[in-house]
Every structure is written in C-alpha cells, then in structure tokens.
Design a protein around this ligand. Structure first.
Ligand code: SAH
Length: 355
C-alpha cells in the first residue's frame, strides 16, 4: 500500500477515528476493542508519536495499522521564550509553509493561541499576518496538531484554554475549524471545556452563524477595532463585504456571550467620541470589550495608544455601562503578535533579543 492512500487519523474526529480503527481491526480478524484502544493514543495527555509507541497493542497489529493509517507530525522549526513566560513556536508543514502557536501562562491557566491558516487574505492594516498574504487553509490535523505537538514536548504543555487568535481567519476555514473544535472539546480528544475555547473573527458572517449553530458553548470574539464603517474600512478591508451593521446584528443574535476585540491605535481609534460610539455597539450585543495594546513589531506605521489614554478609553466605556478589560501585552520581547515570528524568520528582520 502506498503512503498516499493511507488514512490520516488526525484529520478525523475522535468518534470517526475510533470507528475507522474498529472496522479496520475487525476486517483483519482482530477484536474491535483493539481499534478503540489504538484511538485512545491520538490526542489527550500522552499522544503517541508513532504507532510503534502504542505499546499496549500487539506488535503485529501496530504494524498492520501503520500500513493503512498515518499520524503526521508538524516539524518544530523555532522556539522562543519571553521573559514573561510566554512561549512561541514556529511549525513547518509538509509543503514548507510555516505557522505559529503561542503558549501564554497566566496564573493557573495556560492559553494556547493557535493558527488556522498559513497567512491571511484579509489585509488588516496593522497586522503582520495580513502583510504576508494568504497561502492556504490548514487541515484539521495541522490545527489540532499544534495542540498535540505541545502535549508531546518534554516536559509537555497542556492547554486549559484555546484561542483562535494566531495566524489566519478561522471562520474562512470553517470545515477544518469545525472538526478541530470537536477534537479540542471531546473527552476522547483534549477534553477542553467549550467555554474555554474562543474563536476570534473579523466578522465573517457565514462562519458566525455556523459557530452559533453548534450546540456546545464555544465563545465568539469579534475584532471590531472601529465603531464606524468609515474608520473600520480603512483598517479592515473586509468591512466592505460585511459592514458593521451586519456584524453587530450577527453578534446580537449569537446566543452566548460575545467579546469585542479592540486594538488601540494611537490617534486613530482611541478618542473619547469614538469610545462613546463603541459603547453603543457593545451595549446592543451585550458584548464584553477587550482593549488590546498594539503589539509593536507588526505595526506598520501605527503607534500604540499610551497607557493613560487606554485607561481613559476604558473608563469612558464603563461610564456607558460596558464591561471592559485591558489585555496585558504578552511576549513583546519575542514578537508574539499575530504573524510576527514567521515574518522575522522568513524575511530575516533583526531578531528581537529575549532578555
Ligand atoms: N482573524 C482573526 C483572528 C486572528 S488575529 C481576527 O481578526 O479576529 C487575533 C487578534 O489579534 C485580532 O483581534 C487582530 O486584530 C489582533 N492583532 C493583529 N495584529 C495585532 C497587533 N500588531 N497588535 C495587537 N493586536 C493585533
């Protein structure tokens, strides 16, 4: 049997993989429970690197499974650790495309920021990933595989929370993200609670509806960044396709808590008048607002809003009854914002010292 025709078990949900392996076992005269046993090695806290490592299975069955199925790896090409404990990983895939994953510790939480596409088509003006353009969608195993690879490090890293805030627009790759959400949440996958998994989007309408249709309580974050179409269109070209009114309606219709992501751009979207307009939108969809300090490095021509002005902007939102948090900027010494490590590696910008 050729490599090309082997089934990639990591592109399947845990239930699909288990039934494929059970059927395979039975068709080869092996008891079906051996298939279930093999399926338990795919994800979780001790994922198997190879079929050979599934040592509770008979050697002959391991060899047979390896002929018909595959467990592809992502290659770890670079790693950086920030002085604040944030770790950033660059993975390369079979075709040489590179993606980033960031692990962010905060108290007893460990949040993984995962990528859903290699590059991004949306060209938001302040974003490093947008500047590199779109290469391709990631497959299921390339998204869930980021979490799997970190669970295979020694010592391993286990996520308590997942945010789809790495490279790419997750809702433009819904088919793969949909299945990945199942793998992350399923007790036979990684068993991470749906409320601890957040999908962040520019406001890609069909995807918001698809996410809302899932029965699990996955969280939705929308990158708003400006409360008027005129301003938002200058920052986010996608606003022409899905203007604010449409995005806000979808957010209001989403039956779970929604977060607005709002990157603070000095002198651009951070005035008191703009805060009042933003408050109006947030109140309409009962959204929680996350103010994000602009991450230096990827920020093409923009200046961060001062800490004082971020504080004033937050107070203004609170006066209008909006819940707001100021996101801590993490990993600034390792270029940990969206797309920055890949840009640094591939375009040979001067590396930022991790002091
Ligand atoms: N495409 C999705 C998810 C990826 S980006 C989305 O846009 O929501 C995750 C968040 O990081 C988005 O809110 C994005 O606007 C923000 N971001 C991108 N570049 C940034 C930078 N240089 N500083 C701060 N936030 C940035």
């Amino acid at each position: 049997m050729t490599t090309a025709s082997r089934t990639n078990l990591l592109n399947l949900t845990p239930a699909e993989a288990e039934s494929a392996l059970r059927a395979f076992a039975e068709s080869h005269g092996v008891p079906a429970y051996r298939g279930s046993q093999a399926s338990r090695h795919l994800w979780g806290t001790a994922p198997a690197a190879t079929f050979e490592d599934m040592t509770d299975l008979p050697k002959s069955f391991r060899a047979l499974v390896a002929e018909h199925f595959e467990l592809p790896r992502l290659a770890l090409a670079a790693e950086q650790t920030s002085s604040d404990g944030t770790r950033k990983f660059l993975f390369t895939m079979h075709d040489g495309q590179a993606i980033e994953t960031v692990a962010i510790p905060d108290g007893d939480r460990l949040t993984f920021c995962v990528s859903s596409q290699a590059g991004c088509a949306l060209q938001c003006s302040f974003c490093a990933t947008g500047a590199m353009g779109f290469a391709r969608n990631l497959t299921v195993h390339e998204i869930a595989g980021q979490v799997r690879e970190l669970a295979m490090l020694s010592p391993p890293l286990f996520a308590t929370n997942i945010v789809f805030m790495g490279m790419g627009e997750p809702l433009m790759n819904w088919a793969s993200v949909d299945k990945t959400l199942t793998i992350l949440n399923d007790p036979k996958g990684f068993g991470i609670g749906a409320r601890h998994i957040t999908v962040s989007t520019v406001g890609w309408l069909p995807g918001i509806e698809a996410l809302g249709a899932r029965k699990e309580q996955f969280r939705l974050a929308i990158s708003i960044h400006a409360p008027t179409d005129a301003l938002r269109a200058t920052l986010m070209p996608v606003n022409t396709k899905f203007p604010l009114a449409v995005v806000i309606d979808a957010a209001a219709a989403f039956d779970r808590r929604v977060t607005f992501e709002y990157v603070m751009l000095g002198g651009v979207n951070d005035t008191p008048a703009i805060a009042s307009e933003l408050a109006g939108l947030a109140r309409r969809c009962k959204a929680f607002v996350n103010l994000i300090p602009l991450h230096p490095g990827g920020a093409m021509g923009f200046a961060p809003t001062t800490r004082e002005n971020i504080g004033a902007f937050a107070r203004q939102l609170r006066v209008h009854g909006v819940e707001v948090a100021i996101r801590k900027s993490r990993g600034t010494d390792i270029a940990a914002a969206c797309g920055q490590l890949r840009v640094e590696r591939l375009e040979r910008r001067r590396p930022v010292a991790a002091n």
